[in-house]
Design a protein around this ligand. Structure first.
Ligand code: HMG
Ligand code: MG
Length: 301
């Protein structure tokens, strides 16, 4: 498969759906994943093996994995909070996982019921098992540009968690602006600090778009050499443990930005706009700016 200039990691089926209060049938989730893969997206995060009481929407993770039709060239990682989640994910056929922590103590307590240091103790055995099993692990860090509970997050805390995830064996670290409060200047300062410990090719950015700053933040990230961007189709989503935060930056907007820079994502943007229109309609959401413009132009012709 040709190497794309920028790798899109589509998190809509997981991050996008986890906060939907109305249950989305597993058939709809599978249709979404399959259609996203058909657009040429190389990585589609499929679901989470977290506690079903904490995230009821994704309680169907086993059923979803059983119905997954894997497309050649597409990877389907899943989120695991601990060893129990890892066992479930592996039993369900997952070959790639993501662990998660936060740069904020307060957020970690609410999200995974433990401190930052305790989270290291939880993900270390997962990383060890994954290494033995030949399973690739991504590590997420939430609240890298602000926390809904503690407010400011010191950059030193982001760097400390990034170093711990790297040292534990994560192949990639995704830096999450969970509540979408970051602006380009802050993103640049934070990234420069992290880049002193983690090379750009091991980093991804994960911007939520609450204040409409995600595209500017992505541009800054690309300028600093990062080449992996998380996004969710139609900008769906939010985090159940970060009230008020909207969805991730929309994949359609990101692909439009990147193509405009003359870089390749391998994603068929017109096909993606159709998927965005469909899932936004299904969930009663508005959809993305670029996606709607592309869809409307195509259907007006
Ligand atoms: P806990 O209650 O502290 O867990 O939850 P525990 O270890 O004390 O165990 C309690 C019970 O849960 C036990 O069962 C365990 O077996 C069971 P019991 O003995 O009482 O019958 N259990 C599990 N069951 C199923 N699957 C599991 C599992 N683990 C334990 N994996 C836990 C700790 C981490 C499980 C919980 O806090 C949790 O599931 N949290 C998930 C929160 C979450 O999913 N948040 C959203 C994802 S993160 C995010 O969106 C941010 C991101 O997008 C990046 C960004 O934007 O910043 C990634
Ligand atoms: Mg997120």
């Amino acid at each position: 498969m040709a190497q794309n200039d920028v790798r899109i990691v589509e998190v809509g089926p997981r991050d996008g759906l986890q906060d939907e209060s109305r249950y989305v049938p597993v058939e709809t989730k599978l249709k979404l994943i399959h259609r996203l893969a058909d657009c040429g997206i190389p990585v589609v995060e499929a679901t989470s093996f977290v506690h079903p009481r904490w995230v009821p929407q994704l309680a169907d993770a086993e059923e979803l994995m059983a119905g997954l039709e894997r497309r050649d060239g597409t990877r389907y990682p899943v989120l695991v909070p601990n060893e129990r989640g890892y066992d479930r994910a592996r039993a369900a056929g997952a070959t790639e996982v993501a662990v998660f922590s936060a740069a904020s103590e307060a957020f970690n307590q609410r999200n995974i019921n433990c401190s930052i240091d305790e989270s290291f103790e939880r993900f270390r055995p997962v990383l060890e098992r994954a290494r033995q099993d030949g399973v690739r692990v991504r590590g997420y860090i939430s609240c890298v540009l602000g926390c809904p509970y503690q407010g400011e997050v010191p950059i030193a805390d982001v760097v400390r968690v990034a170093e711990a995830l790297l040292e534990a064996g994560c192949a990639e670290i995704s830096l999450g602006d969970t509540i979408g409060v970051g602006t380009a200047g802050k993103a640049r300062t934070m990234l420069k600090a992290v880049l002193e410990s983690v090379p750009a090719e091991r980093l991804a950015v994960h911007y939520h778009d609450t204040y409409g700053q995600a595209i500017a933040n992505i541009l800054v990230s690309l300028e600093l050499g990062l080449r992996t961007v998380d996004s969710s189709v139609a900008g769906i989503g939010g985090c159940p443990y970060a009230r008020g935060a909207t969805g991730n930056v929309a994949t359609e907007d990101v692909v439009y930005l990147i193509e405009g820079l003359g870089l390749d994502t391998g994603v068929d943007l017109e096909a993606l706009a159709e998927v965005g229109r469909w899932i936004a309609g299904t969930l009663g959401r508005q959809g993305s700016r670029a996606g709607s413009a592309i869809y409307n132009k195509k259907h007006a012709d």
